[in-house]
Design a protein around this ligand. Sequence first.
Ligand SMILES: Cc1cc2nc3c(=O)[nH]c(=O)nc-3n(C[C@H](O)[C@H](O)[C@H](O)COP(=O)(O)O)c2cc1C
Length: 399
Amino acid sequence: MTDPLPLIDSLRYREVMGHYPTGVTVVTGIADDGEPVGMVIGTFTAVSLDPPLVAFLPTRASRTFARLRTARSFCINVLAHDQVELCRTMSSPVPAKFRGVEWSASPAGAPAIAGAVAHVHCAPRQAIEAGDHFIQVCDVESMEVRRQVTPLLFFQGGYGGFSPHGMTAGGDADLISGIRLADLARPQIEVLARDLACEAAVLVAVNEFELTTAATAHGGSAVMRELLGERLPMKPPLGEAYVAWASDEAVARWLAMVGKDPDRLAAHRQRLAAIRARGYAAWQIASSGSGDQADVAAMMVEYAAGDLTPARERALLARMAESMPSVDTADFADEREYDIGGLMAPVLGEDGNVVLLLRLAQLPTPASGERIKRWASDLRAAAAQVEASLPAATALLQV
Ligand SMILES: Cc1cc2nc3c(=O)[nH]c(=O)nc-3n(C[C@H](O)[C@H](O)[C@H](O)COP(=O)(O)O)c2cc1C
């Protein structure tokens, strides 16, 4: 004899299932009365590759699905992280849900909603009854990714977004104390910007993978290029100036992103050692034409805007790394002229970790190696002054 199945009440079912997040889609179609119909669906799933099938599970009680199933084809719109309002409209019982919604007809006529991450165009194949729901299986006719941004997620009654594991390591408290410390360096960056006629900035780490600009000052003809709070990736070769002083484990994690090529790994290790020995990092402006620079700038803007899919972020970082072969930490020869892109020096805490980074950019170019080394020593002197004021300030600034 088998034991009777334990009774699962609906509260328990919802409670437990609520621990499993879903994406959010709007399944649309043109009903037999010619009107567009849309329904928010979290239970969308891949089913089969060959033939390509997908499915979703509408409740049998749904009046919307009763109309939707009269459509010849569906468009499954995968919502983006910034489409919460659209989701709310589409899941509410308001009439004319499509008023104010931008859409175009899919190849088979169903509403493809603008701003969605992906569109899956499909035709209903079979509606299988399963308890109080249908399992609506569909044949995929065509599909496309429309935006390389993160999707909207639904979890325990709330909407949220995706953040790659480890990217949220730095809490608000860390960031706020970093930003307050950055303000300590303001007098130094103002003097540097004025005296060297450049842009001087203070950067703090948001977490192990990103820096952010916490203060800037401008002198000479330098203009404001980077917004405060903008994200700067620390993925090779970016972030060298920070990682050069980081723990062995942090260096290993950063190098792991370089890949496995032993020559490239050795080159990176050498550069980190050189930066640490010299006390600053330097990079040159790409010599292969202004196109590259504009590309890098555009990529940095896209990265800084955030909410990229992990795949898009990987692709961007790979292209940034390729476009920046001129990140150069070689020693400068006194007499030679260089198109210097910038210089960075750390402000180290008592434990030897980087607390802040001071950065000079938009320096007058070309400049002799001898002049660049003078700038670097001014930068390091400024960093040393900030360092000296740290112990008293840290005690005051605990958040
Ligand atoms: C995030 C989210 C996910 C949902 N997922 C489903 C689903 O998978 N199946 C379903 O039948 N209804 C789902 N709904 C509810 C429907 O969108 C809709 O509100 C409900 O069917 C309304 O009933 P009606 O069609 O009778 O107006 C979801 C709603 C939200 C907000």
